[in-house]
Ligand binder design. Structure first.
Ligand code: AMP
Length: 329
């Protein structure tokens, strides 16, 4: 097993609430694969987090299996990284309770995601309120030194730091206080039908979302039907021409890295640009889909089993130290 010889340890989790999209790939997955070797990487499918909102049990299971397999298909190598399913490592739930017993009501009440998604509704699941403690457990269990997160998750990692510092102060030095790092910027991909909103795996309509496993003809059609504008002026202007800017951003991310403003100059029509984007997306998805098809379900199970074992070995010393410090062992 060739673990990288580095002190940097990083963790990223994917929540199994939908099919992974081109946005996930260009914005996160590709960087996750590239990072292997530079850091000791922990990559988890956060199935416990998928229970914080109404869900269908079979969907969570199916998305979890699909995401694991896609992680392998995009180049996450289980010999170099620890790839695991969160619920297979019970230390996550166990440490989460200790951190719920460290967090204050006021802190959890201030979480933007809770305010936006659940506060004030009587049928909001209690776990939506407490899940920042679970997320803190995810991070702290592995003595993670760096957490790459986008702006929407920043507040959660700040809370994780606060909880680690408070716990360490009250009960003794147990946790590594993680740094928040801005991930190497991947493209921010917008919805093809609504280019001012992020392309997301849980969008109500899928017409503007390219999924990693979309058949080439389907992906193509979605691109050719992308919303643009009516002035016909082909230039890169994210403020006033969000549809065209998004297509240029995607093209830039899927090809050799020529910037979107320079790419704009090489097209004379919106139709020509859409054709090129469709082709670039299909070429990007093709090798991923090919590898996905080659991976046997049994291989995925074995990867998850070994990943959980390795994750447990890394997590248990931290859990035990925390239990002892707080008065349990
Ligand atoms: P999510 O699907 O929102 O749970 O996000 C999983 C990861 O994919 C996070 O690192 C996101 O920042 C990234 N991601 C999700 N959607 C997009 C998008 N449309 N463009 C770029 N990155 C994205």
């Amino acid at each position: 097993m060739s673990h990288p010889t580095t002190d940097r340890r990083t963790l990223s989790l994917l929540k199994p609430t939908g099919h992974l999209t081109l946005g996930n790939y260009l914005g996160a997955l590709r960087q996750m694969a590239a990072q292997q070797g530079d850091a000791d990487c922990y990559y988890g499918i956060a199935d416990l987090h998928a229970l914080t909102v109404p869900h269908r049990p079979d969907d969570v299971r199916a998305y979890t299996a699909e995401m694991l397999r896609l992680c392998l298909a995009i180049g996450i190598e289980p010999e170099r990284s620890t790839l695991f399913v969160q619920s297979h490592v019970s230390a996550h739930s166990e440490l989460a309770y200790l951190l719920e017993s460290t967090a204050h009501l006021g802190e959890l009440n201030r979480m933007i995601q809770f305010k936006e998604k659940g506060r004030g509704r009587s049928d909001t699941r209690a776990s939506l309120f407490t899940y920042p403690a679970l997320m803190a457990a995810d991070i702290l269990l592995y003595r993670t030194s760096e957490v790459p997160v986008g702006e929407d998750q920043r507040q959660h990692v700040e809370l994780t730091r606060d909880l680690a510092i408070r716990f360490n102060r009250e009960y003794g030095e147990v946790f590594v206080v993680p740094e928040i790092v801005t991930p190497a910027t991947g493209a921010r991909v917008m919805d093809l039908q609504n280019p001012t909103a992020k392309m997301g795996k849980s969008a109500t309509s899928t017409a503007g979302t390219v999924f990693l496993l979309d058949r080439p003809s389907v992906a193509r059609r979605k691109v050719l039907r992308a919303v643009t504008d009516s002035d016909g002026d082909l230039r890169y202007d994210p403020m006033d021409k969000s549809g065209i800017a998004n297509l240029l951003d995607v093209l830039s991310a899927c090809t050799d890295g020529t910037g979107p403003a320079d790419l704009a100059a090489s097209f004379t029509s919106y139709g020509g640009l859409k054709e090129a984007v469709a082709e670039a997306i299909v070429a990007t998805l093709e090798p991923v889909q090919k590898r996905f098809a080659e991976i046997e379900p049994g291989e995925v199970l074995e990867v998850a089993r070994r990943g959980a074992q390795r994750a447990r070995e890394a997590a248990l010393p931290t859990l035990h130290a925390a239990q002892q410090a707080i008065g349990l062992r």
